[in-house]
Design a protein around this ligand. Structure first.
Ligand code: DP6
Length: 340
């Protein structure tokens, strides 16, 4: 089989209920999470990936040719996609060209949109799919499981709107399934991405979560309490209850960071401005300007709010010392595939 030229677009997502930790005793290649997660796919922030046949493997990100570990992860993932296509011959060499439309690489989930776009483009290039249907298309579910093997959070970027990824318990990973809960038009929310630093983060999520599992005394409690958070968030989302969703979203975030802090050596992804922004959001909430915070493996703060208050809240946060930029993003669309 030959490689077809294909292009994919996948949007980044932010976990409202967090994934942190891999399932113990599972095949590492399956990359099975210890906990489920629930996310919001983001407009604007996206990865666009093209795959073409080439004389040799080549990976280009934002116009720069990369080799070493980043390229190795990309081509390992292509090998997985090629094996999945059922072709017995060796994978032909490919040119993978990716562009990240993300403001910085620091803790803004480029691996989620990146691996989702790579998975979808490879599905097109290797004949696993020629297009993707609406949210109910079962091909999306199959591709989400493959994207997860590249990066856990990538499974959630196959769909727009609100997505739940269940951890499952079967050793094969067959019940670790992502599914769309609501489309992007379900609720007029905005996410303010508050940038508190420039530059890349120091410890990757993959290494960090493994270290938490092995050393953080809070890790078992984190895992044991996550299902209740997921169910509560799903209910609040269905009823469009921002106070209930915000409460469980903040709880999930702070619980994850408590687990990170208690890791040996400690994982502190925040900087001083991170906490100042959190405090400012709490104070604004007291005054009726309602937003709820979350943050990932990086120092930036993301604030969930109703669209009607987004501009006023963004202006307050942008005025804080140490804040570089505040970007307001809306719920984003499904991942997209095009054969060239
Ligand atoms: C803190 O999906 O990047 O953003 O599966 O090892 O690639 P790997 O991890 P990754 O972890 C994301 C962690 C998080 C929370 C989340 O997105 O759920």
């Amino acid at each position: 089989m030959t490689v077809r030229s294909a292009r994919a677009i996948a949007h980044s997502n932010i976990a409202l209920v967090k994934y942190w930790g891999k399932r113990e005793g599972a095949d590492p290649a399956l990359n099975l999470p210890a906990v489920g997660s629930l996310s919001l796919t983001l407009d604007q922030l996206r990865s666009e990936t093209e795959i073409h046949a080439n004389a040799h493997d080549r990976f280009e990100l934002d116009g720069v040719a990369l080799d070493g570990k980043p390229a190795a992860k990309v081509f390992e993932h292509l090998d997985l996609m090629w094996r999945t296509s059922g072709t017995l011959s060796a994978r032909p060499p490919c040119f993978v060209r990716s562009v990240n439309h993300l403001p910085t690489a620091a803790g803004l989930a480029s691996s989620a949109s990146g691996f989702a776009a790579l998975t979808v483009a490879a599905a097109g290039a290797f004949g696993l799919a020629s297009s993707l249907g609406d949210a109910g298309d079962p091909t999306r579910t199959r591709l989400a499981a493959l994207a997860r093997q590249g990066s856990g959070s990538a499974a959630r970027s196959l769909w727009g709107g609100y997505v739940r990824l269940d951890a499952g318990s079967d050793p094969s990973g067959s019940d670790c399934i992502a599914r769309p809960l609501h489309g992007r038009d379900h609720w007029g929310l905005k996410l303010l991405v508050v940038h508190t630093a420039r530059g890349a983060k120091s410890v990757s999520s993959t290494g960090g979560m493994e270290s938490s599992r092995l050393t953080s005394p809070y890790y078992p409690a984190w895992v044991a309490s996550s299902l209740a958070d997921l169910d509560a968030a799903e209910r609040a989302l269905a009823g469009r209850e921002l106070a209930a969703l915000g409460e469980v979203m903040e709880h999930s975030c702070f619980k994850m960071h408590a687990c990170m802090f208690a890791t040996r050596p400690p994982l502190i992804y925040w900087n001083g401005t991170t906490l100042e922004v959190v405090r400012a959001v709490f104070q604004a909430r007291e005054r009726g300007l309602v937003g709820y915070v979350t943050s990932d493996a990086g120092p930036h703060v993301k604030v969930l709010c109703e669209a009607a208050v987004a501009d006023a809240l963004a202006a307050e946060l942008a005025a804080l010392p140490g804040v570089h930029e505040v970007q307001a993003v809306a719920p984003g669309p499904d991942a997209h595939l095009e054969l060239l």
